[in-house]
Design a protein around this ligand. Structure first.
Ligand code: NAI
Ligand code: NA
Length: 396
C-alpha cells in the first residue's frame, strides 16, 4: 500500500518500512565510515529498536563485529496496518546483519517482566554463552512491577511549584506559554518506579545469577541533564528524580560487578528528537533552538553520531573511561558548551511564533520527527507501493 504519515497529537500512527530500513542503512554506513572500534563482541541491548538503543546495537555490530540480542516492545504489522517504527527498524537491522554474517536475534515483549528476562536468559545461554556489554536504553511511560503487579505511570512534572515557560507545537510552529502543575509525592514515586534504576539492577542481577556476564563486562544506561532553562520540567522534575535514581544505581551495580571486574556507567547524552522526548513540554522548543546553534557551529549530532563517539572515544579506547565528578560519562559535552548554551538562552528570550522559523530549526525538528517513522528520507520512493507486512528474521 501507499503509506503516508498520519498524525495524532505528538505521535504518528503510521510508519514506512522502506524509510525505516533506509534509516538503519544510513546508520550502518555511518558507523562503517568511522572505522573499527576495539569494542564488545557479545551484546545485549534492552530498548534496541529506536533512538539511542538502536544506535547502540548498530554501533556494536558494525563497529566491532558484535553478535547482538535486542529486546524491545513494538507493534507487529498486519495487512493494511503498519507496524511501529521500531519493528521495521529491527527487521531491517537483522536483515542487514545476517547478510553481513553477524549474529542478531530479537525478543519483542515487556522488558520489565520476569517472562521476558527469562526468555532473554535462555537465548543468551543457548546462543552466546555470555555477554560482554549490556546497554539499558528503555524509555517507557508505564511499568508493571514484576513483584507487586502494580502499574506505575511516569509523569513529566515540576516538583514543589507550578512551572510556566514557553513551548512550541512543532507541527504548527505555534509558540505559547505552558503551565505545568507540580507533581504529587505519588507522581514522583511512580516516575522513579518506571524510569529509575530498579529494572536495570533487576536485569543485571538476573544475568549475573546465571553467570551470563563475561569477565570485565560493561553495562551502560542513558541519562540526560540539560540546561537551567529546562531544569524545572526535566532535571529537577519527576523525570530528573528518576534519572538521579538511575545514576545512583550505576554505583550499586558497579559494586556487584567488582568480582568479575565489571563496570556500570551512566552516559549523559545530548537532547535529540525521539518519540520519548517529543512528548515533553518545553523540550521541543529547546531542541529546535539547540539544533540551530549546533548546526551553525558544525557540531550537531544525531543518535548514531552520539553513540559511535561514546563507544570510540569514551568506552573502548583502551584507557580508563573519563567521567565527571559524579562518575558519569559526558557525551553531552558539545550541547553543554558555554558558548552553545549562551546562544540558546539568548534565542530563547527572542522566541515567538513569528521569530522561531528564522531563529530556530523548526524544519529540522519536524523532519527528524518524521524520519523517526520512516518519512521524508532521501532515496525512498514514497509513491511506490510498500509492503507493510515485514517479518523480523531473528525474532525469538
Ligand atoms: P526511544 O523511545 O527511542 O526508545 C525506547 C526503547 O525502549 C524502544 O526500543 C522501545 O521499544 C523500548 N521499550 C519501551 N518500553 C519497553 C518495554 N516495556 N519493554 C521492552 N522495551 C521497551 O527512546 P530514547 O530517546 O532512545 O531513550 C532511551 C534512553 O535515553 C532513555 O533512558 C532516555 O531518557 C535517554 N535519553 C534520551 C535523550 C533524548 O533527548 N531523547 C537524551 C538523553 C538521554
Ligand atoms: Na532506545
Amino acid at each position: 500500500m501507499i503509506i503516508e504519515p498520519r498524525m495524532r497529537g505528538f505521535i504518528c500512527l503510521t510508519a514506512h518500512p522502506d524509510g525505516c530500513a533506509q534509516n538503519v542503512k544510513n546508520q550502518i554506513e555511518y558507523v562503517k565510515s568511522k572505522g573499527a572500534i576495539n569494542g564488545p563482541k557479545k551484546v545485549l541491548v534492552i530498548g534496541a529498536s529506536t533512538g539511542f538503543g538502536l544506535a547502540s546495537r548498530i554501533t556494536a555490530a558494525y563497529g566491532s563485529g558484535a553478535s547482538t540480542i535486542g529486546v524491545f516492545f513494538e507493534k507487529a504489522p498486519s495487512a493494511g496496518k503498519t507496524a511501529s517504527p521500531g519493528w521495521y527498524n529491527s527487521a531491517a537491522f537483522e536483515k542487514e546483519a545476517h547478510a553481513a554474517g553477524l549474529y542478531a536475534k530479537s525478543i519483542n515483549g515487556d522488558a520489565f517482566s520476569k517472562e521476558i528476562k527469562a526468555k532473554t536468559i535462555e537465548l543468551i545461554k543457548a546462543d552466546l554463552g555470555q555477554v560482554d556489554l549490556v546497554i539499558y536504553s528503555l524509555a517507557s511511560p508505564v511499568r508493571k512491577h514484576p513483584d507487586t503487579e502494580v502499574l506505575h505511570r511516569s509523569t513529566l512534572k515540576p516538583i514543589g511549584h507550578t512551572y510556566t515557560n514557553k513551548t512550541v507545537d512543532f507541527h504548527t510552529g505555534n509558540v505559547s506559554e505552558v503551565s505545568i502543575e507540580p507533581a504529587t509525592e505519588e507522581d514522583i514515586a511512580n516516575t522513579v518506579a518506571v524510569m529509575g534504576g530498579e529494572d536495570w539492577a533487576m536485569w543485571i542481577d538476573a544475568l549475573k545469577a546465571e553467570n551470563l556476564l563475561a569477565e570485565g563486562a560493561t553495562t551502560v544506561a542513558y541519562s540526560y541533564i540539560g540546561p537551567a532553562l529546562t531544569e524545572p520540567v526535566y532535571r529537577k522534575g519527576t523525570i530528573g528524580r528518576a534519572k538521579d535514581d538511575l545514576e545512583a544505581t550505576a554505583f550499586t551495580i558497579g559494586d556487584k560487578l567488582k568480582d568479575i571486574n565489571g563496570k556500570a556507567y551512566v552516559s549523559v547524552n545530548k537532547a535529540l528528537v525521539t518519540q520519548a522526548s517529543s512528548a515533553i513540554p518545553v523540550i521541543p522548543l529547546y531542541i529546535s533552538l539547540l539544533y540551530k546553534v549546533m548546526k551553525a557551529e558544525g557540531i550537531h549530532e544525531g543518535t548514531i553520531e552520539q553513540i559511535q563517539r561514546l563507544y570510540a572515544d569514551r568506552l573502548f579506547t583502551g584507557n580508563p573511561v573519563p567521567v565527571d565528578e559524579k562518575g558519569r560519562i559526558r557525551i553531552d559535552d558539545w550541547e553543554m558548551r558555554d558558548d552553545v548554551q549562551a546562544k540558546v538562552a539568548e534565542l530563547w528570550e527572542q522566541a515567538t511564533t513569528e521569530t522561531l522559523p528564522a531563529i530556530g530549526d523548526l524544519a529540522g525538528y519536524r523532519s527528524d520527527f518524521l524520519s523517526l517513522f520512516g518519512f521524508e528520507i532521501d532515496k525512498v520512493d514514497y509513491q511506490k507501493e510498500a509492503n507493510e507486512v515485514v517479518e523480523i528474521e531473528g525474532l525469538v
